[in-house]
Ligand binder design. Structure first.
Ligand SMILES: [Zn+2]
Length: 312
C-alpha cells in the first residue's frame, strides 16, 4: 500500500493527515499556524508533524509516495512556491522545496479551495463526477473547478477564483480592491453584514434582539432566527441566497458542471439553502435544454482539504 500525506494550511491552523489509496484518512494531526512567525519555523513544524504521522502509523517514510499541500493563496505549482498568501502574509515562499529538503519526500502544492474541490470529488459529495464546481462559503468565497477529474486553474494555476468575479457592478467593496465581487455578497461575512443592517431597520425582529444581546451577529444566530420563524431573518437569507445563486448561474453557464458542491460552515443547513438555489438555477441558467447540475452540500468538512491536498 502506498500512502500519501495531505496538509491543509490556513491562517489559524495547519491540518494534516495520512491518506491511503482509497482516499481514507488513517491518522490526523492539527497544529496552530502562528502565522506571524518566519516561514521557515512554520515549515519546520510541518516537517515535524509529518514525521509524527509516519512514526505513529508505524510505517517507513519510503512508503509515502508524496506529500501535497493546500495553501490559502496563489501557488506556483511548477516551482513549488507560494507567490502570495494574504492569510499567511507570505510572498514568494519556497514551500515545497524547503519541506522536501527537510523530509526527502516529493512535495506538491496547490490552492486550498482547489484541494477541497478535489477531495470532495475523490471521496465526498461529488464522488464519481468528472466535472464539478465547488464554492466554499466562509469569511471569503473559495472556488474550485474540477474538469475530467483534475483541478483546472488556468495557465498559471491562479484562476478559478470564483469569489472574485463581479456580480454587482460598483457594489460592495471586496478584499481584492474591486467592488461588487461574488465574495462581497456570498461570503458569511456578507451574510452577517446584511443581517446586521436588516436588524437595525427592524428593531421588533428577533434578529434585532439577538444583535442587541450579543453585540454582533454570526451565522449561528442568523440561522437560529430563521429556524424560529423570524421574518426579518428569513428575508435576509432569501436575499443572501439570491446572490449565492447569481454567481452559481454564471459558473453553470461557463462550465456546465455535473455537480455543484457548496462547502463551508453554512453547508450544514442542507435543504434550507439548497432548495432556493436549485429553484433559481432552473429559472436562470442559459441552456435549459440539458439537465441541471445536481446541487449538493459538501460532506467531508475539513477532511476534504486534507484528502484533496494529498492528491494535488
Ligand atoms: Zn474581489
Amino acid at each position: 500500500m502506498a500512502y500519501r500525506i495531505g496538509i491543509d494550511i490556513g491562517g489559524t491552523k495547519i491540518a494534516s493527515g495520512l491518506v491511503d489509496e482509497n482516499y481514507r484518512i488513517l491518522l490526523k494531526k492539527t497544529i496552530p499556524t502562528l502565522s506571524e512567525r518566519p516561514y521557515m519555523e512554520i515549515i519546520e513544524d510541518m516537517a515535524q508533524m509529518v514525521r509524527e504521522l509516519i512514526s505513529e502509523a508505524g510505517i517507513d517514510s519510503s512508503e509515502i509516495a508524496g506529500i501535497g499541500i493546500g495553501c490559502a493563496g496563489a501557488p506556483d505549482r511548477k516551482n513549488g512556491t507560494i507567490l502570495y498568501s494574504n492569510n499567511l502574509g507570505w510572498y514568494n515562499v519556497p514551500l515545497a522545496g524547503e519541506l522536501r529538503k527537510l523530509l526527502g519526500i516529493p512535495v506538491s502544492i496547490d490552492n486550498d479551495a482547489n484541494a477541497a474541490a478535489l477531495g470532495e470529488t475523490l471521496a465526498g459529495s461529488a464522488k464519481g463526477s468528472s466535472c464539478v464546481v465547488m464554492i466554499t462559503l466562509g469569511t471569503g468565497v473559495g472556488g474550485g473547478i474540477i474538469i475530467d477529474g483534475k483541478i483546472f486553474a488556468g495557465s498559471h494555476h491562479t484562476g478559478a477564483e470564483a469569489g472574485h468575479h463581479v456580480i454587482v457592478s460598483g457594489g460592495e467593496p471586496c478584499t481584492c480592491g474591486r467592488k461588487g465581487c461574488y465574495e462581497a455578497y456570498a461570503s458569511t461575512t456578507a451574510l452577517i453584514r446584511m443581517a446586521e443592517k436588516s436588524a437595525r431597520m427592524h428593531p421588533e425582529s428577533q434578529l434585532a434582539s439577538s444583535l442587541k444581546e450579543n453585540g454582533r451577529l454570526n451565522g449561528m444566530l442568523i440561522f437560529n432566527a430563521v429556524h424560529q420563524g423570524d421574518e426579518t431573518a428569513r428575508k435576509v437569507l432569501d436575499e443572501y441566497l439570491f446572490y449565492v445563486s447569481e454567481g452559481l448561474v454564471n459558473l453553470v453557464n461557463i462550465f456546465d458542471p455535473e455537480k455543484i458542491v457548496i462547502g463551508g460552515g453554512i453547508s450544514a443547513q442542507g435543504e434550507l439553502i439548497l432548495e432556493p438555489v436549485r429553484r433559481r438555477l432552473a429559472q436562470d441558467v442559459f441552456c435549459k435544454a440539458v439537465p441541471l447540475p445536481e446541487v449538493v452540500c459538501a460532506t467531508l468538512g475539513n477532511d476534504a482539504g486534507i484528502i484533496g491536498a494529498a492528491y494535488v
